[in-house]
Design a protein around this ligand. Structure first.
Ligand SMILES: Cc1cc2nc3c(=O)[nH]c(=O)nc-3n(C[C@H](O)[C@H](O)[C@H](O)COP(=O)(O)OP(=O)(O)OC[C@H]3O[C@@H](n4cnc5c(N)ncnc54)[C@H](O)[C@@H]3O)c2cc1C
Ligand code: FES
Length: 262
């Protein structure tokens, strides 16, 4: 698998909400070979603070040259990134990991929560380009309209039907994405592609298991190296032992993982 460590130029920095940022980076090397579900490790500071790169899903690719990351400011690394300026360079390592396995012959449903929606944008665009006759359904949720509305528009712009949910009811269903998914009455053989908080992915996995739908999940564990060289990202697997979510994942068949049901 090819990866590049590159100084990539920020060509655009957009603020989609008070703490949600989209950065477009100029990297033909990464953009040409990235597939949906893969991620990059980004050095967020100038020196060694923070020491570790931060992982971000590739959320869009365009013209074989540019790719985007979409993130929420949650700590030091993301706060530093949010203060970057267009024209500056970021050190980026990628594309990394193993992405979604797509089946173009069935009903596909993308299910995302919070910033877990980021990789699904790339996936939705990829599916609609490769198979315009079989567009996926999109079920996405966030805390409030402000966080969700720009992303709903992104999916709608590529012609996809979006079913939103918000915690406060300000956009779409008042509640969780799992409720929306249940109400869609998907046919047997449907496939779900999921990314978001652990409890949400677990709920979707359990529902899919009950219905006999296949379910792939993208695990957003913490990561140190992003390349299989440490044990920072391990997740327990059903067959026993652990998998590296940076290398064997981040996308897994949900049945492969050993879920922690509380
Ligand atoms: C494969 C992968 C893809 C990711 N893609 C995206 C993306 O597209 N957009 C995005 O916004 N984020 C994404 N993340 C999460 C992102 O990497 C973290 O938000 C980021 O590393 C936080 O860095 P920080 O220095 O700002 O925060 P830190 O100072 O490291 O942490 C601040 C707070 O955020 C929490 N936190 C850190 N990482 C995560 C995480 N993975 N999930 C939940 N809470 C976390 C910490 O526990 C802490 O409470 C992804 C993670 C992985 C593993
Ligand atoms: S982050 Fe180091 S092995 Fe996965």
């Amino acid at each position: 698998m090819s990866q590049f460590q590159k100084k990539t130029q920020i060509t655009r920095l957009e603020r989609l909400g008070s703490d949600i940022i989209r950065i477009t980076l100029d990297s033909p090397e990464i953009s040409k070979i990235a597939t949906p579900g893969q991620f990059v490790m980004v050095r967020t500071g100038k020196g060694k603070d923070p020491l570790l790169r931060r992982p971000f899903s590739i959320s869009q690719v365009s013209n074989g040259r540019y790719f985007q990351i979409l993130f929420k400011v949650v700590g030091r690394g993301t706060a530093l990134l949010a203060h970057c300026r267009e024209g500056e360079y970021l050190s980026v390592l990628g594309p990394l990991g193993s992405g979604f396995q797509i089946d173009y012959t069935t009903i596909n449903c993308l299910v995302g929560g919070g910033m877990g929606i980021a990789p699904l944008l790339f996936l939705g665009k990829w599916m609609s380009r490769k198979c315009p006759d079989n567009l996926p359904l999109v079920v996405i949720g966030a805390r409030t309209e402000g966080e969700l509305e720009p992303l709903v528009k992104d999916f709608q712009e590529i012609g996809l039907s979006v079913y939103p949910a918000t915690d406060d009811g300000s956009l779409g269903h008042h509640g969780f994405v799992i409720d929306v998914l249940k109400n869609l009455n998907l046919d047997a053989g449907s496939k779900t592609y999921v990314c978001g908080p652990y409890p949400m992915m677990l709920a979707v996995h359990l529902f899919c298991k009950e219905k006999g739908f296949s379910c792939q999940v993208s695990m957003e564990t913490s990561m140190a190296c992003g390349m299989g060289a440490c044990l920072g990202c391990i997740v327990p697997v059903e067959r026993g032992g652990y998998a590296h979510s940076c290398f064997d994942g981040p996308v897994f068949d949900a049945e492969e993982l050993l879920w922690e049901v509380k």
